[in-house]
Design a protein around this ligand. Sequence first.
Ligand code: DON
Length: 568
Amino acid sequence: MNSFWKQNKGIKKSGLMCLLFLLLSITGCSINQPRTVAIASAHPLATQAGFEILHQGGNVYDAAVAVSAALAVVEPSGSGLGGGGFWLLHRESDQLDTMLDGREKAPLAAHKDMFLDVSGKVNPRLSLDGVLAAGIPGMPAGLVHLSKHYGKLSLAQSLAPAIRYAAQGFAIDSRHQKLLAFRKKSLNQHAETAEIFLDKGQVPAANSLLKQSDLAQTLEQIAAKGHAGFYQGSVADKLVNAVQQDGGIWTLADLQQYQVIERPVVTGAYHDMTITSASLPSSGGIVLLEALNILENFDLKAVDPITRKHLIVEALRRAYHDRALYLGDSDFVDVPVEHLLNKQYAQSLASHIQANKATPSHSLTGEPVTKLGGRNTTHFSIMDNQGNRVAATLSINFPFGAGMVASGTGVLLNNEMDDFVSATNSANGYGLVGGAANAIAPEKRMLSSMTPSFLQDGQRIAVLGTPGGSRIISMVLLAALDFNAGQTPDSWVKVKRFHHQYMPDQILYEKKGLSTTEIDALQALGHQLKQSYNYGNMQAVQLDTRTGELSAASDHRGVGFADVQRIK
Ligand code: DON
């Protein structure tokens, strides 16, 4: 009797638990749970801006507007109003996944051969420094769209922290100083730009205050007038005047025509992990999934560490080879996305990988591509404990973009035109070469490697991404494998990085990223190896869907800040 009663109570209890569980899943696990949000970004002031907006009643999308705009001010080397990027969104209430494509576009007067000199040779400086290097910015349009269609607060409210940082100034850190030193020569070519960022032509002392009053006013215009505050009226006039005075080709029509595009995301699965990532015009999602599809044909958890690295390298080699051959803006070229993401296709690529021998890149059919990644751009990740989330990777390409502020606007121009192929077989700033799919054409978006991503398994959801040029995709891949191995955000951002991108035919690895034994063993398999400075600046957050617990991590290679806060 006693035992029956106990058993019966047990049944009752589990029945109640089931009902509760059902209710919780229907309501998104929110009953009586305090609201918490995790943010990881590349700068403490940007993370703080996001929390400020959440504490004012904003949702994660308002916070994303605040973080994006703050980064444009406090990390001007990485992204900005003069640049662009991709915001990957998930909304729990209707299970919407979407990507806001705020990538820069080639101006209407751009043409395929615009970076060639009279003798038909590429002049590499033209696509890197100054006005011709700049695509039509997408960042302001992205901020407006995100706020209008997904936020709860006004755009002005979400932009307020960024406006304050620009008007009142903030103390620069050592990372900012290093990147200024890297681009000092270009910045010094333009008096107004040097005036803002340098101190009598030199890198300012640590902790100096950087005030950007023109930028504050441009942000104010966007706060007051939305899209038109940047793409029309006085800001647009100033941008076009500045560009044309320096011999550039922007017109008011370019700015007036710029629109954000909402694109379907790229999704796939690797064992029990689902991946949601950036679609074209970023190559990120496609290359990431193709490499994971190839790797699914091997038991990575069972092989020794050297074979594991060899297999990852071989998968990357093949996925980047296809990037080079096929990928470009899908509004302009036909890209065989379904074929590239087909599991059977991956199986056939995997079947040519030899366990004990590197495949020389030149033996893969097709023409060669890529070299190194860059050193800037930015990423942030936000998620609340209901699962609403944003992964955003934003860029002006090189540190401080084209090295020029459009006079009177505080807006640093991007040098994203360099992500196009200037001429077949001619390497760009990262050493990338490519073909027709990524050739310059008016209004086309240049191919990107930015890979803002969500990962999910039965127990956890992750939001992550990083800057790092062409190496972005391999960094996200290594982090995804670490997630799949059950590790936490702190571990994903710390993973020692190695990379292969088909051409140049070499494994690039971080200092201490490979042990001497691994280096010797990989060389014996026929790989070329090259040591790199430490790279990337990954920002990651995770939700444990069973406990509702959030965690966050910011890459120790940067100066970013990750936090989880309870929001009333
Ligand atoms: O869109 C791209 O792929 C590049 N413009 C990103 C540049 C970048 O990440 C520079 N990095 N550290």
